[in-house]
Design a protein around this ligand. Structure first.
Ligand code: PLP
Length: 397
């Protein structure tokens, strides 16, 4: 075994190898057939146009010549941006946040790393719900913690009995993500309240139990006015989110952590988060994005664009006989694969020049994730291939 990189890193790279293989297959297919001849649903890269408010703010900020615009700043971010984000999250969570509650981060991904480093002691357990966003394991282990996976129920909602059974004296935190990547499920109000009550029963001053709400898809919802959340009901909640999906600017890395006033020892926690934003090497969230967000903190991309994609894709898949729960949010459909072996079925789709990700990459073999943040014509082009693949799978049985 090579010793060019750390053993842990090498092991992680090997564990993730089948996802890499998938991407490799996709890359080869695109090289062979041309980008436009492959229907790529493998990446959750938001492709709705950012809203006009974003471009207006960007133009205004670009025209500014204020001296500190491009310099270092306090590690938690510009005060005006923190205040604007605080106003926005207060409305969004129906809970009062002040500017001091907000730490601006390099996306939700940076925020999750900062938050986990702030709370994990070596070997602490962090519960995540499967199917899960595979980056969580890296984030948790980088922070010295250990991921404990708990299966969701048949509708991909939290299974509270299973969560309770997984709690141990080492449990430090639980991560939830609603709307969910990869399932597209939105947790119900009832589940959110029950989860909050369950955690409250197990939270102890000598063993604080945090709830990390990884919420970057919170406003990408379909046919709902509001995304239910346990945050107002569980005092030791931490919100981690970003403008990657709402404003459709994932490349700008504009994220934040919001710490409600109900969190015990909040000042200490905020101090730790601010320091870690620096020492983990982010230093601060990028200045330009912060200035822009200060002017359009509640801007939202055209969610209707994704909803139309969802309807077109999911309507056709159901018609062809795929088993799936129609996503209520986020950018993904998560059908059962017509073959029990998800990788084998994903290979059948590859023959149709369609790229999706096998469910086992998310801890859910027998499913596949289809990211519908693509151009509409990609879905239209792919539909006959989805039909042909399920027919080929049936012919095998
Ligand atoms: N959490 C989940 C569940 C995600 O799907 C993603 C991105 O796809 C992130 C966090 C990170 O998002 P950001 O671009 O805000 O870092």
């Amino acid at each position: 075994m090579s010793n060019a990189v750390a053993q842990k890193v090498l092991a992680d790279m090997q564990a993730a190898s089948f996802i890499r293989e998938m991407f490799e297959k996709g890359r080869r297919l695109k090289a062979e057939l041309g980008e436009d001849n492959v229907c790529d649903f493998s990446l959750g890269n938001p492709n709705a146009e950012p809203p006009q408010a974003f471009f207006d703010a960007l133009a205004a900020v670009a025209a500014e010549r204020k001296a500190p615009l491009h310099r270092y700043m306090p590690n938690a971010g510009f005060d005006e941006t923190r205040a604007a984000v605080a106003r926005f999250v207060s409305r969004e969570y129906r809970l009062a946040f002040d500017a001091a509650s907000i730490i601006l981060t390099s996306g939700a991904a940076g925020g999750m790393n900062v938050a986990l480093h702030a709370i994990c002691n070596p070997g602490d357990e962090v519960i995540a719900l499967a199917p899960f966003f595979p980056e969580y394991r890296f984030y948790i282990e980088q922070a010295g913690g250990r991921m404990v996976l708990v299966q969701t129920d048949a509708e991909f909602q939290p299974d509270l009995a299973a969560v309770e059974a997984a709690l141990t004296p080492r449990t430090r935190a639980m991560i939830i993500n609603t709307p969910n990547n990869p399932t597209g499920v939105v947790y119900t109000e009832e589940k959110c309240r029950e989860l909050a009550a369950l955690l409250a029963r197990h939270d102890r001053p000598e063993r604080p139990l945090y709830l990390l709400c990884d919420d970057p898809y919170r406003r990408i919802i379909y046919g709902l006015d509001w995304c239910p959340t346990p945050v107002p009901h569980y005092p030791r909640s931490i919100v981690v989110s970003s403008y990657s999906k709402d404003v459709s600017i994932p490349g700008e890395r504009a994220g934040y952590i919001a710490v409600p006033q109900s969190v015990p020892d909040r000042g200490l926690l905020l101090g730790a988060l601010t320091m870690l934003n620096r020492t983990l090497g982010f230093v601060n969230a990028a200045a330009l994005g912060q200035r822009v967000i200060a002017r359009c903190a509640d801007a939202l991309c055209d969610v209707g664009f994704y909803q139309t994609n969802r309807d077109l894709l999911c309507g056709a898949l159901c018609e062809y006989g795929y088993e799936l729960t129609t996503p209520r949010g986020a950018l993904y459909a998560f059908p059962r694969t017509p073959l029990a072996d998800d990788v084998a079925f994903v290979d059948l789709l590859l023959k149709q020049r369609i790229l999706v990700v096998p469910g086992r990459g998310f801890g859910a073999p027998g499913y596949m994730r289809i990211a519908f943040c693509v151009e509409r014509k990609v879905i239209q082009r792919a539909l006959p291939g989805f039909k042909a693949a399920i027919e080929a799978a049936r012919a095998r049985d």
